[in-house]
Design a binder for this molecule. Structure first.
Ligand SMILES: Nc1ncnc2c1ncn2[C@@H]1O[C@@H]2COP(=O)(O)O[C@H]2[C@H]1O
Length: 180
């Protein structure tokens, strides 16, 4: 159970590239799949910065779900949401250029966690650029350069641990998620 912080969920593709499957934040459960189906881990979880989490032993997890059907339903919903998201985005993330990957991460985070403010849509997670670089799997200087370009194009504004999307449509186009 993630209490605070942010992790990336990755897996290695057949070509040996690292694919970013998802980003999870505080309040979400990770590592539940292997516990539920008794299979090997389906992905690798890597922290992006400091993290607080609670480890729940498999026996406790199962006992809790058996005693609390509402919790079992919530876990089912969460697993379903992950499957739905993966199905929707069947994109070879790792094959895209860094600019596209950054735009996709920004779209993904802001869609899932963002809040609308007078300045624009916030990212909803407090990430530094090095953390974002880790999430995207890109070198920090490259991420700095692309952020500078996105700022110049007035697509985003940034502050310390704060990114605001000023032009969602433009960001979606850069991410290759919308038609021109
Ligand atoms: N496509 C995905 N989207 C979100 N989370 C995932 C995805 N695939 C795997 N995970 C998480 O990553 C964890 C890796 O360990 P588990 O397989 O135990 O449980 C997995 C899920 O919690």
């Amino acid at each position: 159970m993630l209490l605070n912080g942010c992790v990336k969920v990755t897996a290695t593709t057949a070509e040996g590239n690292l694919a970013l499957l998802a980003i999870r934040i505080g309040g979400e459960v990770i590592g539940e799949l292997a516990s539920l189906d008794q299979q090997p881990r389906s992905a690798t979880i890597t922290t992006a910065g400091r993290l607080a989490a609670r480890v729940i032993q498999q026996s406790d997890f199962h006992a809790f779900l058996a005693a609390h059907p509402d919790a079992a339903l919530a876990i089912s919903r969460s697993v379903g949401g992950k499957l739905r998201w993966s199905t929707r985005r069947r994109i070879d993330f790792s094959g895209c250029e860094t600019r596209v990957r950054i735009a996709r991460v920004l779209v993904e985070l802001s869609t899932t966690y963002g809040q609308q403010t007078p300045e624009g849509l916030t990212l909803g997670v407090a990430l530094t650029q090095p953390e974002l670089a880790a999430l995207v799997g890109a070198a920090e200087p490259t991420v700095h350069k692309i952020f500078a370009e996105l700022r110049r194009l007035q697509v985003i504004t940034t502050g310390y641990r704060r990114t605001v999307i000023r032009d969602q449509r433009a960001l979606q186009l850069i991410a290759g998620l919308g038609s021109p």
